[in-house]
Design a protein around this ligand. Structure first.
Ligand code: ZN
Length: 675
């Protein structure tokens, strides 16, 4: 805990001494970049680079700038959506944090500091992943005393909100048999039972062919007569969250003159109109315009989007992500999808299961410029929108991978001691360091652009034939397709991988992770459950079981009482991946459920308890935070005399607490309790 405080002070000090790095638009190289910011509780905070920002035109930079401003103004909304008292807790704790003059080395203070940092991370008082209430690591007595000394007023009821474990215990309750609206602490339903909410949505359902998503942008509550009413999130008068949404609108209006083309202008115009009126028909028009905006370099998500935070899965949590196309990586996925037929024709599977005509998916790879709302600080590394199925069907969807965030995850993990503990030797570690980050991107590209789309079912075979093993087997198939081809000279020829050594980083990682190290994510005594983890276990364990007797391509070896993965023959490993791909493709193409059960049962589920114990025991002392999140860069516009933006500077030096305090100071205008 002490370490955290030191890191924090250093960050603040840097800011107050004015010793920030020279401002520029270019991102420092990965080698010099300080990816790790700090670590506390179960959380690790990272920085991400925004490479190639300097390649944007001045207008594109200006567009990014105003979109990031529009993004940051939504922060309070999400806090309030997550729980009605979140802003109250945040503001009270921030006031104490800024005004406390007592001993800042005491365990109570450090416990309080960690609590506030966790509240910032979760956008509220519930854990972002488990959704359980976070309890302060300081005592209530200390907190009350400290607030008194610092002249910070404690609002009525706040102590219960913060310190009582049973009150508002779970953000989203999904226990069947309970009233999910009444027992969830999130703020989408107030004095409204689940039955009343469902009846309301049923009565207001839009049954037209292009339906509005009723409830996407509103909270259900009751009027004075006890009737269920909808409070719509909108900027115009009477709207819930209107003050924050007005600032969002204001910045979208400033972004508008910098739109890259007519289609993007339409997207922004429709979003402004929707934010003002809350009209869901306008939202549909916006979503369709957004899906059709494919040519712009800059793109963004801004608004009420994912519905996981609502126990009934209807209302969207506010989020924003501003990004621009990563040209080099997008070229890479295009090269793959342009050659989809070549890959299909050369696949090591039975001719009957190959597609005569194969079309790859060209995915867009993006660079995130800002993360906000439900995308911040914890964030997805891929996005696939819109959520409305009829829009996806008729107009398509956009799917992206966010490469500068995966880069940050990969780079930060290099120094955490994991590879030192679990990899066999420096040979594997050096290979991972040199090729790991790039090859894991290539792995994702091959898996998504080609793997899932490859092969075909025999006539009459149902898509659901493999039942509960369907997704494990399908993920195995896509991963094997990718593993098989990343070692193909074709990829060097296409310029996607640098040389014939690069694939070894992924091969080693697959074998070690699938058979051994992924067990650290499973509680002792449990089996492998999640389908991607099962797929990785299946591949590694099948390969180990089918390695050549006497001269195994890969094996688990023991050194000084510890077990390691050893790969003896990488080319032989590729042959085995190909053999397993042929088997898995046959299972899928013929819908062979019995064989799927047999493969999953033999290789994907069961855990060797001794190996599991060893992995957990070796992992624990590394103190690696299981959850990661980010701080954003700061964007500073440079104006000419006419007030037009001519450049935007990037600054990566802001610390975690510093950033949250600044956001709370500069982007916060909602009432503490929103009614
Ligand atoms: Zn997949």
């Amino acid at each position: 805990m002490k370490k955290i405080a030191i890191v924090f002070v250093a960050a603040l000090c840097l800011a107050s001494c004015g010793q920030k790095e020279t401002k520029s638009t270019a991102a420092p190289s990965p080698q010099d970049f300080p990816y790790m910011v700090e670590q506390f509780a179960d959380l690790g905070i990272l920085r991400y680079r925004v490479p190639d920002f300097e390649s944007l035109t001045a207008d594109q930079k200006a567009l990014v700038y105003y979109l990031t401003e529009a993004a940051l103004w939504g922060r309070d909304i999400l806090f309030d959506q997550n729980c009605k008292y979140n802003l109250q807790v945040r503001r009270t704790c921030e006031a104490l944090y800024l005004n406390y003059k007592g001993d800042k080395t005491s365990a109570e203070w450090l416990g309080f500091e960690t609590y506030l940092k966790r509240v910032w991370f979760s956008n509220g008082i519930h854990h972002h992943y488990s959704e359980d209430k976070i309890l302060p690591e300081c005592s209530q007595e200390w907190f009350v005393q400290a607030c008194q000394e610092a002249n910070v007023e404690i609002p009525e009821g706040l102590l219960r909100v913060m310190f009582c474990p049973d009150y508002l215990a779970k953000k989203v309750n999904s226990e069947t048999g309970q009233d999910l609206c009444l027992t969830s602490a999130c703020n989408y339903y107030e004095n409204v039972t689940q039955t009343e909410a469902e009846a309301y949505y049923e009565a207001h359902k839009d049954n037209s062919p292009e339906p509005m998503w009723i409830g996407l942008n509103s909270k259900l509550t009751k009027d004075a007569d006890g009737n269920v009413i909808e409070r719509v999130f909108k900027a115009e008068e009477g709207g819930l969250y209107s003050a924050a949404l007005q600032k969002v609108v204001e910045n979208l209006q400033k972004a508008l003159p910098y739109a890259e083309n007519e289609q993007q202008r339409l997207v922004i115009e429709k979003l402004i109109e929707y934010n003002i009126t809350g009209n869901l028909k306008t939202f549909n028009e916006y979503a369709i315009a957004w899906v059709r905006d494919l040519d712009s370099r800059v793109d963004f998500v801004n608004g009420f989007t994912e519905v996981y935070g609502d126990p009934l899965g209807i209302t969207g949590a506010w989020e924003s992500l501003v990004n621009f196309k990563n040209m080099a990586a997008t070229e890479r996925t295009k090269a793959l999808s342009d050659n989809a037929q070549w890959f299909e024709d050369h696949s090591p599977i039975d001719q009957r299961f190959k597609k005569a005509e194969c079309k790859g998916v060209s995915a867009k790879v993006i660079t995130a410029a800002i993360l906000a709302g439900d995308c911040y600080p914890a964030t997805p590394i891929g996005i696939n929108l819109p959520n409305a199925n009829w829009i996806r069907k008729s107009y398509g969807s956009k799917s992206v991978t966010i490469e500068n965030l995966t880069e940050a995850y990969n780079q930060a993990s290099l120094g955490n001691g994991f590879n030192e503990e679990f990899m066999l030797s420096d040979v594997e570690r050096e290979c991972a360091k040199k090729y790991g980050a790039h090859m894991s991107d290539v792995h994702v590209d091959l898996h998504e652009c080609l793997g899932h789309g490859s092969g075909q079912m025999l006539p009459g075979v149902s898509k659901d034939a493999l039942k509960e093993h369907g997704s494990t087997i399908e993920e195995t198939r896509a991963d094997l397709f990718s593993l098989y081809y990343m070692a193909d000279p074709k990829l060097v020829e296409l310029g996607i991988v640098p040389d014939m050594e690069a694939y070894k980083s992924q091969y080693y990682h697959q074998m070690m992770n699938g058979a051994m190290t992924q067990l650290v994510r499973i509680e002792y005594g449990k089996n492998v459950e999640e389908s991607h983890m099962r797929n990785r276990a299946l591949i590694s364990n099948w390969v180990l079981a089918h390695a050549t007797p006497g001269a195994p391509e890969a094996e688990i070896v023991e050194r000084d009482g510890k077990h390691y993965m050893q790969v003896n023959d990488y080319e032989g490993l590729r042959r085995l991946f190909g053999e397993l791909l042929a088997i898995i493709q046959e299972v899928v193409s013929t819908g062979d459920y019995a064989r799927a059960c047999q493969l999953v049962d033999a290789y994907a589920v069961k855990v060797d308890p001794q190996l599991h114990r060893e992995m957990l025991d070796r992992y624990e002392p590394l103190h690696i935070a299981p959850y990661k999140g980010f701080v954003n860069p700061i964007y500073t516009p440079v104006f000419d005399k006419e007030g037009k933006i001519i450049d935007v500077w990037l600054d990566y030096t802001e610390g975690y607490a510093e950033q949250h305090l600044r956001y709370s100071r500069d982007y916060s205008n909602l009432p503490t309790i929103n009614e």
